[in-house]
Design a protein around this ligand. Structure first.
Ligand SMILES: [Zn+2]
Length: 253
């Protein structure tokens, strides 16, 4: 029983526990090439939340990890069988309700730990700010906490070498052999600016990739996954430690 995981702990422990920071992991349920499970984003974000919180707890951080929200924004993938979509407006409603509870119980620091590229909490955090002026709400995309090229030979972003390696390390029983994976070949836009990331449009996933993956998984290994995972835990654990210890009235230097 880990006292910083709400799903595992109990009222006897929680009722007198001083909690500075709440962490909400948020994933998605979606096809990940042929070889990774639909819950890949959930499995990764939950494990990263728990192990980072453990590291922060060991540093003296007073924090709690809330249960992960297992469905994300998949508006560009509704024609892919059983990819389930929560619209951004639904996400905002959930986030608002969770924030209201934290605010009532004077847990004023709140980290949304995101594990899915289609989720974007930035504008929601802006809108929640004036509604809950005592709170400090922060978002983190764990997959941006490290440089992909420090650990992997190829990139892509979806069921690619990174995601496959990390899953081979943390949940090998759920990963099919790589000879069953598709190539993860993703098409680019014809319009140049959309590939340069200074113009943006949602991709129609089934027109971009045949096997639902973007990025080749074929050079993935559990060892690469372990090295990367350890770096993520170090980075996100430090973030949690700093947030838990921060003074909301004195955030700037
Ligand atoms: Zn993913």
């Amino acid at each position: 029983m880990r006292p910083f995981i709400l799903s595992e702990t109990n009222w006897k422990t929680i009722k007198d526990q001083n909690i500075e920071l709440a962490v909400l992991p948020w994933g998605a349920i979606e096809a990940h090439n042929y070889h990774l499970p639909f819950a890949t984003d959930n499995i990764m974000v939950e494990r990263i939340a728990a192990e980072s919180a453990q590291a922060a707890w060991n540093n003296g951080a007073k924090l709690i990890v809330l249960p992960a929200i297992p469905i994300g924004v998949n508006t560009g993938q509704l024609d892919i069988k059983l990819n389930i979509n929560l619209n951004p407006s639904t996400q905002f409603a959930i986030l608002n309700d969770v924030t209201d509870v934290l605010n009532r119980h004077k847990i004023f620091k709140f980290l949304i730990l995101n594990g899915h590229g289609g989720n974007d909490f930035k504008q929601m955090i802006r809108e929640l700010g004036p509604k809950y002026p005592k709170m400090f709400i922060c978002g983190c995309n764990w997959y941006q906490s490290f440089a992909n090229s420090d650990f992997f030979e190829s990139s892509g972003g979806h069921a690619d070498e990174m995601e496959t390696s990390v899953m081979q390390f943390i949940a090998p029983e759920l990963v099919l052999p790589l000879n069953e994976a598709g190539g993860g070949i993703g098409k680019k836009f014809r319009i140049k600016a959309l590939n340069e990331n200074w113009a943006w449009a949602e991709r129609k996933w089934s027109k971009v990739t045949a096997d639902t993956g973007i990025g080749s998984p074929h050079k993935a290994t559990p060892l690469k996954g372990e090295r990367c995972f350890n770096e993520i835990i170090k980075k996100v654990g430090n973030l949690m430690t700093e947030l838990a210890g921060a003074d909301i009235d004195d955030m700037y230097e």
